[in-house]
Design a binder for this molecule. Structure first.
Ligand SMILES: [Zn+2]
Length: 116
């Protein structure tokens, strides 16, 4: 795969993880503003919000995972979960599709946007 696609669930997970880190970094920056209680509280709140957001995203992944279709990847024979019409195998990044008409076509993220 030339393009750096990854499975949707994995991507959301990475996003949630980075939100936690961003939250901690924002809180850490807040420590430098000890002289100003207002700024420090602001940074602490922003950091906290970011961590709360990541918890929400993690919860969302949980919801999505229950809706995801479990398939056996034809390439590596491992069970993987896919979302939407096209997705990628979590293990080998092989493109997968549930839509017969898209089979054999090149992987394209835009197929997902045609969903209702
Ligand atoms: Zn695979």
């Amino acid at each position: 795969m030339a393009k750096n696609y990854s499975s949707k669930i994995n991507r959301i997970r990475t996003f949630a993880l980075s939100l936690i880190f961003i939250g901690f970094i924002i809180m850490y920056v807040g420590i430098f503003f000890r002289q100003s209680p207002f700024l420090m509280t602001l940074f602490m709140l922003l950091g906290l919000l970011s961590i709360i957001a990541s918890t929400v995203v993690y919860f969302w992944i949980g919801m999505l995972s229950t809706k995801a279709v479990q398939v056996i990847c034809p390439n590596c024979n491992k069970p993987t979960k896919m979302l939407g019409r096209v997705d990628m195998c979590m293990h080998c990044k092989d493109p997968l599709t549930l839509d017969q008409s898209l089979e054999g076509k090149e992987f394209n993220e835009s197929y997902n946007q045609k969903e209702k």
